[in-house]
Write a protein of this length. Structure first.
Length: 121
């Protein structure tokens, strides 16, 4: 994390921005909808949060967005498959998809240990 020392960091959580509490039940994308382990459809909250977080990204001049692994909001390479079994599939979370489609550089937090970013930023 030394490479972040001279960079401004802005922390956002799309799920909180969408009105969900912390902590909250686990959620996965199931047939295009975001469902939690209690069976509640929370797609609207995830979409709202993704949009609000994306608006924050657009207002700032970011050179890198670091996102949480496998999240239905922030997963960048993989997400859980919607069965709540821990199985992963290729895909993006809602916020990650907005950022990637807009051309922002995104990195999964688990990739940070493997990445040599000190000269990249």
């Amino acid at each position: 994390m030394d490479f972040l020392k001279n960079h401004e960091m802005i922390k956002v959580c799309p799920e909180v921005l969408g009105g969900l509490p912390t902590p909250r039940p686990s959620a996965e994308i199931v047939n295009g909808r975001v469902m939690n382990t209690q069976g509640a459809d929370i797609t609207r909250e995830f979409e709202l949060g993704a949009q609000k977080a994306f608006e924050i990204v657009q207002k700032e001049n970011h050179d890198l967005i670091i996102l949480q692994s496998r999240s239905p909001s922030c997963g960048t390479r993989q997400i859980y498959d919607g069965t709540f079994s821990g199985r992963k599939i290729p895909g993006h979370g809602l916020f990650a998809a907005l950022c990637i489609k807009a051309g922002y550089r995104v990195l999964d937090i688990e990739e940070m240990a493997d990445a040599n970013l000190t000269n990249d930023i």
